[in-house]
Design a binder for this molecule. Structure first.
Ligand code: WT7
Length: 705
């Protein structure tokens, strides 16, 4: 077939990545005039000579009960300790301390998905009351105290940040599970974190439908109890207080309605617990190379300082701004840049319950117009969706952004330009912020008043963060060489996770083992952080992020581990082997395709395909549903029996499967190719020209097993 493209077989470091250098865009004078940080001396303050003390500038944005004595303790690398000796409370910093000046200012503005429902404004005063009442309830009904873990499985409703802040007030460690994850995925995370309390809601609106969410709580509890852990209480908020909107019955003695219980705590107040800077604030689970998700543990003092500082300088948040981060609080973006960062700065943070296109692609712009949003923050996936469905919608609405952010995936320069010209009306600066769940806050970005923007590049390392690109052998790849490699961070920073909950050895192994120069060393310079992304650095120092190097698939900004997907497929009785691979997708960046080989005695059927889809949906959630499930006669395998993901990934993307001479069964490749590509063509899934980066990414998917 003429559809094939040349496969890429080189290691990362050898690959020359060619693309057109994009032109610069400069920040408007009007933006610079009002920016929080427009003074270039900041670069000197955050230069390497001033590390780690430079980060005092961020920590000083907070109110400390006790000042720290050591800014960075690196005596047990890579378990960095920031602001040691300091004490503070995160809830106090996000709520109480703003009351004097901003009591009646909106902390959150919540926009329900149904457009006929009223927007709700929650002032700092009301937030203070609600957080205190819920904290009293957690203490009293659940017996929670500092250091305990609790799981919150909730959608985008204000009750979620209320619950998070109540936990922070008590020093209770929250673990928020994205609402779109399945009950079982929630249950797994509860078991891992040792939570005995689940906070949930009966229902929420998504795409015009009121979804039953309580059902997932029952499934989560069932999973937890099967694994020998007892769930003490399920706290159920109601989307419409006083009215239960789920068909799933409440369980006597275990499930309670929060709105009813709260009546007993009217006006209750709970003193914020003064926590050590290094006390964990929350866990956030993310995917990696193994099936078991990793609980990224984030600290109180370091994390909060870092998100406050980056929100101020990079998001340019002032208390008088109306800031809308259109992401989900169930991901790190929402924790850092809907809740903790903006609230630490006394901003007004907008929360929207629903999907971008409901009921039509003008919705986000109506929200922006009506609420006078002036800072807008979202992911390339959302931008691509809005651009496709309503390319001219933004111009119909009278809103003006001064600042916009893109986060979570690489953004195509074409899409960036639409964002800039059409969404931003040419008036707004854009920051493309590169970072990860593990990092707490931004790692790579332009500083909006001081650096020009360049479409498709995140920019240089942020203040106090010094990235470097290494080849596989640990040699530095110089900027401007046009060669890609593994992007690493040479130094620790206050937002870095403290450890993988319950698995400190994995923390060391995943992020530090690869490039550690000397495991005995207590000098941070010997411990570069391995981010797991491929990148290139242009001559001007700007980084372009190419995507994951660790068999993780980024679907619409959500990280899905190939191992997790494969383990889920293997729970289907008929399935003998499974391989998950990415396929390029116009809207979602990447989609998942599953290759399945059956146990002897079974033959392919639609029913088995559906079972695989169902298993993935049950175990992980709808976001992970594969685009295609291919049941093939056999998998391409190495002589040692390992499935070669890159071979099937090549087939799914209409590129050459690459070198197959080392396979034990090379003849199977042509069989699979004919089967899959013929089916794709008949489904209208046509091949498209892949960019050098995309070819390189596909060629990099490793072996199963
Ligand atoms: C992975 C982290 C950080 C919040 C959302 C995702 C990719 C993230 C960018 C960007 C290109 C990006 C990386 C990274 N990524 N931001 N601006 N440009 N790629 O958090 O789920 O932990 O995923 O998302 O591959 O490793 P996450």
């Amino acid at each position: 077939m003429a559809l094939e493209q040349e496969g890429v077989q080189l290691s990362e470091a050898q690959i020359a990545v060619h693309w057109k250098e994009e032109e610069y865009y400069f920040p408007p004078a009007k933006f610079i005039a009002q920016a929080n940080m427009a003074d270039p001396s900041v670069f000197e303050r955050f230069s390497e000579q001033n590390f780690p003390e430079c980060f005092r500038e961020y920590a000083e944005l907070l109110t400390w009960d006790k000042y720290w004595h050591t800014t960075l303790d690196s005596s047990k690398p890579p378990f960095w300790r920031w602001f040691v000796g300091g004490k503070l409370n995160a809830c106090y910093n996000c709520v109480d301390r703003h009351l004097q000046k901003y009591r009646n200012k909106a902390a959150f503005i919540w926009v329900p998905e149904p457009e006929e429902e009223d927007t709700k404004v929650i002032t700092y005063q009301e937030l203070y009351i609600r957080v205190n009442e819920f904290a009293a309830l957690l203490q009293d009904v659940c017996g929670l105290k500092a250091g305990d873990r609790i799981t919150l499985h909730m959608p985008m409703v204000p009750e979620l940040p209320v619950a998070m802040l109540a936990c922070a007030r008590l020093g209770v460690i929250h673990s928020v599970v994205f609402g779109g994850f399945s009950g079982q995925a929630c249950g797994e995370r509860m078991v891992d974190s040792g939570s005995h309390i689940l906070v949930t809601i009966d229902a929420y609106s998504r795409n015009g439908e009121l979804l039953d969410h309580k059902l997932k709580a029952d499934q989560a509890v069932e999973y937890v109890e099967k694994n020998g852990v007892k769930v003490d209480k399920v706290l159920v908020w109601r989307r419409y207080p006083g009215k239960y909107s789920s068909p799933t019955p409440m369980v006597d003695g275990r499930d309670v309605f929060v709105d009813e219980l709260l009546k007993n705590y009217r006006g209750a107040s709970v003193a914020p617990v003064s926590m050590p800077a290094e006390a964990p604030l929350f866990l956030m689970y993310t995917s990696g190379t193994t099936a078991r998700p990793k609980g990224c543990q984030h600290s109180t003092g370091g994390y909060l300082s870092y998100v406050a500082g980056t929100s101020k300088y990079y998001q340019d948040i002032h208390p008088e701004d109306t800031y809308w981060c259109f992401a989900d609080i169930g991901w790190i973006t929402g924790h850092s840049y809907i809740v903790y960062g903006p609230l630490a700065l006394a901003a007004t943070s907008v929360m929207y319950e629903g999907v971008p296109l409901y009921p039509d692609p003008g919705r986000p712009w109506r929200i922006a117009e009506r609420l006078n949003v002036n800072i807008f923050h979202t992911a390339p996936t959302t931008i691509r969706m809005l651009r496709k469905a309503g390319p001219d919608e933004p111009s119909k609405y009278n809103y003006h952004f001064k600042h916009m952010t893109t986060v979570g995936e690489p953004i195509e320069p074409e899409v960036w330009r639409w964002y800039y010209h059409v969404v931003g009306k040419g008036e707004a600066v854009i920051v493309d912020t590169w970072w990860q769940t593990e990092n707490g806050g931004f790692l790579g970005s332009t500083l909006p008043a001081l650096h020009p923007m360049k479409p498709g590049s995140c920019g240089p390392g942020v203040l106090g963060v010094y990235p470097v690109i290494y080849d596989e052998l640990g040699n530095e790849i110089p900027k401007g060489s046009g060669r890609a490699g593994n992007i690493c961070i040479r130094n620790p920073w206050p937002g870095i996770m403290q450890t993988v909950w319950g698995q400190p050895e994995r923390f060391v192994q995943i992020y530090y083992a690869k490039y550690c120069r000397n495991p005995q060393s207590t000098d941070w310079r010997d411990w570069p952080y391995f981010a797991g992304d491929g990148a290139v650095q242009a001559a001007d120092g700007y980084f372009r992020i190419l995507g994951r190097v660790d068999d993780v698939i980024n679907v619409a900004g959500h990280r899905l581990g190939t191992k997790e997907l494969e383990s889920a497929a293997l729970t289907v009785e008929e399935v003998a082997e499974a391989a998950a691979v990415p396929v390029m997708d116009e809207l979602r960046g990447r989609a998942v395709e599953m290759y399945i080989a059956l146990k002897p005695g079974y033959s392919p059927s639609q029913e088995i395909e559906d079972k695989v889809r169902g298993a993935i949906e049950t175990i992980i959630g709808k976001i992970a549903r594969p685009k295609n499930v291919w049941i093939v006669p056999d998998m391409p395998k190495t002589r040692s029996g390992k499935i070669m993901r890159r071979v099937v990934a090549g087939i799914s993307n209409f590129m050459s499967p690459g070198d197959i001479t080392t396979l034990a069964n090379p003849e199977i490749v042509e069989t699979i190719r004919t089967q899959v590509q013929a089916a794709k063509l008949s489904r209208g899934e046509l091949p498209r020209q892949l960019s050098p980066q995309e070819l390189e990414e596909i060629g990099r998917y490793g072996q199963v097993g």
